[in-house]
Structure formats: structure tokens, C-alpha cells
Design a protein around this ligand. Structure first.
Ligand code: NAD
Length: 486
């Protein structure tokens, strides 16, 4: 029997179901667009159901905005902007702080809705997404009256009206990354949530009302790519986009020559580098966290696993053992590690790339698990015998799939890690501090973790190199994209 097939324990036992109850969630049946401080009917948009990816059942109906709706939202933001910018920083801070407190107050409800609408495990929405969203608002509330300190004492002015387009993988958190610095700096916003996950952004709209944020400071217009394209092409002063590199390129082309500010947070194919002197058991936990967190729907996922050849078999065997313990299923169950894939379309993309990996000759192993009959699911998967030119080593899969490559020397590790058109993040696992610093300096990646992975903090700047985009979110660096500095 191969080492990887050895049962970890003779005792077979299982967890009892531990579902979080959605009973106290107060969702409306139907949501309008949030424009000028009120929920309104779409002018030229439509109403569509938002689907629970774990059951394929509708959660609530949501209005999608058309071009006229986007124009109305921009108008509302434009009208509100001078008074918002004229408020003393400490007054703006109070509103941003209030939003943070209200997110905390409604944390349980927000976490459940995030899992219902997007498919992520409740443990992650409860312990990561929602607390970090609140932390972002708290952090930028603190900056609102200290903006000059964030830009080396120079004069600052807000951009004006910002158009913000976010993806579906961290819906509320991405909205917080966008809105918190924009508001602190005196901008007003038109935010477009992703088509498959608009609900927590709409609850955030309610929170803005509860916080008595002046009307028009935040406007939320859900919709698909057409709505996003309308936001980008509207009369905004700055665009902040998080999403795929293909759409990022389209936006950059659309804005060329218009003098509109732009930041792009795009895709990645991040290297997680395991040296032979690393604490291997800890590294295995880091690998799991790096690629299976949020079903691998993470821009900075450690999807390219580079292992030093001398320990490659050992690490791969330990990883496979650990992967077999992952619990895939009901996102609302507190024991679930890997939830539902966000949409049928995303599942198709994952399946197509995994098929390409097999066709190109890599060796696939997927964890045998009972996947629910309804909904969209993909079992945690590892590819070995991967060559650097294989599509699964080059393209972003955005699913629970890790590709293993090996290296012999430090120089080769650096070369392989940088051999990507992306440059968003990387992980380095080693016992030697000097080696970690040396390698980190040589890597072209915006965020580099040492002996950990996927750790986020509102005080730390996040952003990419190369085709992973430009501009930084988080910390003092995250103020710069929302200020004109003279
Ligand atoms: P996507 O680019 O398809 O969509 C992102 C958002 O853009 C959605 O709201 C969508 O409706 C909108 N959109 C689509 N077409 C548009 C257009 N032509 N003009 C304007 N807006 C448009 O990406 P996705 O599949 O939703 O998200 C996954 C991608 O996001 C991955 O590539 C991932 O790496 C990336 N991402 C990056 C970060 C980061 O911080 N770098 C964070 C999260 C996700």
C-alpha cells in the first residue's frame, strides 16, 4: 500500500452536522438600487434573482442597473461630493466609524448572507470576511483627519466621484476595501457589486442609512459586466476595479486619454515556495490555507506550489493526507472547510482547466467525497508532474486546485516563482530568516508571506506587479489612489 493510502487512524468517526441557522436573517424579497440614500426602482435595468450556489435556489431578488441608472447614481454622488469633502476629517471619520460599528453589530447576519449568496463556508465569512470588513472601516476612520500624514505632509484633495467595481469572491470585504479609503479621503462613490453576490453590499446600503451617511455619498448599483462597463464609461473622476486581468485591460483601454484616475487589482498565479529546511507540517497547513481557503476563489491563492526536490515526495504525501480530511459541503455548516463553487460558469472554467491539465500529461488526484446533488461543487484537487508550460501552471484556475512543481536550488526557485505574467503574492517557507529575506527581495510579487499564507490586515498594503495590476489597497498606501496630491 502506498504511503499516501495509509489510513491516518484506525478509528473512523465523523462530525455531527452543525448548521448555522439563517432564521434571524432579515432579507427583503426584492432590493432596488441604492441611489441618493434610498432604494429605488431601476429606470432601464431589470430585476433578477440572486442564486444560492449550494442549492441553486433564489435567495432574494435584486435590481440590476442599466446605463441610465448608473448615470443617475453618478449624478447623486456628484451632488453630494462637495459637502462631503468640505466636512472636517474628524466628522467624516465619525460616519466611517459608525459604519464599522454597525457591521460589527450585524456581523452574524452579514456572515450568513455572505455564505448563502456566495457559497463560502460560514467559518470563513464569520471569522475572516466580516471582521476584516469592519476592521477596514475602523482603520480608515482613523485616517480621515490625518490624510497629510499619509502622503508625507503634502497638500491633498479628493478625486471627486469614484466608480468602484468589485468581484464575487469576497463581496463585502472588497466593498469595504474600496469604500472605506474613498470616503475617508472625501470622495463619493458609485459601487457596483458582482452579479452573483450583490446581497451583502445591499445590506451595507442599509447600514449607510442607519449610520445616517449623507444621501448620495455611497450609491450601490448591482449588475453584470454591462453595468460595470457603464460605470467605467460614466462621468466619474476615478475608477477602482478588482477583477480579472482581461476585464482590467478592457477598462484601461476604455479610459485611455481621459485623465480619469485608475487602480486595478487583478488576477494572480501566486507561488508558494517550500524549502527543504522549512517546518514541513506547518508548511502543509499553510499550503492548505493558501489554496483551499474560499474554494481557491482567491486572487492571491498559492496555486503554484514550488517544493524543493529533496522534500517533494514527503510534502506531497503529507499534503494529500491532509487534503483527504477536508470537509466539502454545506457552506452554512460550521465544520465545512470547502463550500460551493460560486457559479455554474466558474465551475465550468475550473473543469475545463483541470481537463487541460490531464490532457497535457500532469497527474491529477481529487479527494473522494460525497458532493451534494444540487449546487456547484468541485473536490479539492492536486496535480503533480506539472511542467512550467502546462496551462495549469500558467493560468489562474480560481478553484480548489493546486499545481505542484519542483526545484533544486534557491536560484531556480526564484526563477520559477517569477516565471509568470502575474505578480500578486507569494509564500516562502524556510527556517532561515536570511534566506526568506533574500528570496523575498528577488520575487516580483506585491505581497510576500513568510511561513504563513493568506493573512490580511487593513494596515498592510495589498496589490500587484505586472498583469496583477497597479495601485495599492490597505494602510497609508491605500489613501494615495483616492487623493490628488500636490
Ligand atoms: P470579472 O473581471 O469577470 O468581474 C469582476 C467585476 O467586474 C464584476 O463585478 C463584473 O460584473 C465586472 N465586469 C465584468 N465585465 C466588465 C467590464 N467589461 N467592464 C467593467 N466591469 C466589468 O472577474 P470575476 O470572475 O468576477 O472575479 C475573479 C477575478 O478577480 C480573478 O481573476 C481574481 O484574481 C480577481 N480578483 C483580484 C483581487 C485583487 O485584489 N487583485 C481580489 C479579488 C479577485
Amino acid at each position: 500500500m502506498a504511503a499516501t493510502d495509509t489510513p491516518r487512524t484506525r478509528i473512523t468517526w465523523d462530525y455531527a452536522p452543525a448548521p448555522e441557522s439563517p432564521d434571524h436573517v432579515r432579507l427583503r424579497d426584492s432590493y432596488g438600487l441604492f441611489i441618493g440614500g434610498a432604494f429605488v426602482d431601476p429606470r432601464d435595468g431589470q430585476r433578477v434573482p440572486s442564486i444560492n450556489p449550494a442549492t441553486e435556489e433564489p435567495v432574494a431578488e435584486v435590481a440590476f442597473g442599466g446605463a441610465q441608472d448608473v448615470a443617475a447614481a453618478v449624478e447623486a454622488a456628484r451632488a453630494a461630493q462637495p459637502r462631503w469633502a468640505a466636512l472636517p476629517g474628524r466628522e467624516r471619520a465619525k460616519y466611517v466609524f459608525r459604519i464599522a460599528r454597525l457591521i460589527q453589530e450585524r456581523a452574524r447576519e452579514l456572515a450568513i448572507v455572505e455564505s448563502l449568496d456566495g457559497g463560502k463556508p460560514i467559518r470563513e465569512s464569520r471569522d475572516v470576511d466580516i471582521p476584516l470588513a469592519a476592521a477596514h472601516f475602523f482603520h480608515y476612520a482613523g485616517w480621515a483627519d490625518k490624510l497629510r500624514y499619509g502622503v508625507a505632509g503634502r497638500e491633498t484633495a479628493p478625486y471627486g466621484v469614484v466608480g468602484q467595481v468589485v468581484p464575487w469572491n469576497f463581496p463585502l470585504l472588497m466593498a469595504a476595501w474600496k469604500l472605506a479609503p474613498a470616503l475617508a479621503c472625501g470622495n463619493t462613490s458609485v459601487l457596483k457589486p458582482a452579479e452573483t453576490t450583490p446581497l451583502t453590499a445591499l445590506l451595507l446600503a442599509e447600514i449607510c442609512q442607519e449610520a445616517e451617511l449623507p444621501d448620495g455619498v455611497v450609491n450601490i448599483v448591482p449588475g453584470d459586466g454591462t453595468t460595470g462597463a457603464a460605470v467605467v464609461r460614466s462621468d466619474v473622476d476615478k475608477v477602482a476595479f478588482t477583477g480579472s486581468t482581461a476585464v482590467g485591460k478592457d477598462i484601461q483601454a476604455a479610459l485611455a486619454g481621459r485623465g480619469v484616475g485608475l487602480t486595478l487589482e487583478l488576477g494572480g498565479k501566486s507561488a508558494n515556495v517550500i524549502f527543504e529546511d522549512a517546518a514541513l507540517d506547518q508548511a502543509v497547513e499553510g499550503i492548505v490555507q493558501g489554496i483551499f481557503f474560499n474554494q481557491g476563489h482567491v486572487c492571491c491563492a498559492g496555486s503554484r506550489l514550488l517544493i524543493q526536490e529533496s522534500v517533494a515526495d514527503e510534502v506531497t504525501a503529507k499534503l494529500w493526507d491532509r487534503m483527504r480530511l477536508l470537509r466539502v459541503g454545506d457552506p452554512l455548516d460550521k465544520n465545512t472547510d470547502v463550500g460551493a463553487i460560486n457559479s455554474a460558469e466558474q465551475l465550468e472554467r475550473i473543469e475545463a482547466l483541470v481537463e487541460a491539465g490531464v490532457e497535457e500529461g500532469a497527474v491529477r488526484r481529487s479527494v473522494a467525497c460525497d458532493l451534494p446533488e444540487r449546487g456547484w461543487w468541485f473536490a479539492p484537487t492536486i496535480f503533480t508532474e506539472v511542467a512550467p508550460a502546462h496551462r495549469i501552471a500558467v493560468e489562474e484556475i480560481f478553484g480548489p486546485v493546486v499545481s505542484v512543481l519542483t526545484f533544486r536550488t534557491q536560484a531556480e526557485a526564484i526563477e520559477n516563482a517569477n516565471n509568470s505574467r502575474y505578480g500578486l503574492a507569494a509564500g516562502i517557507w524556510t527556517d532561515k530568516g536570511s534566506k526568506a529575506f533574500e528570496v523575498a527581495r528577488a520575487l516580483k510579487a506585491g505581497v510576500i508571506w513568510q511561513n504563513t499564507y493568506n493573512k490580511f490586515d487593513p494596515t498592510a498594503a495589498f496589490g500587484g506587479y505586472k498583469e496583477s495590476g497597479f495601485g495599492r489597497e490597505g494602510g497609508a498606501a491605500g489613501l494615495r489612489p483616492y487623493l490628488r496630491v500636490s
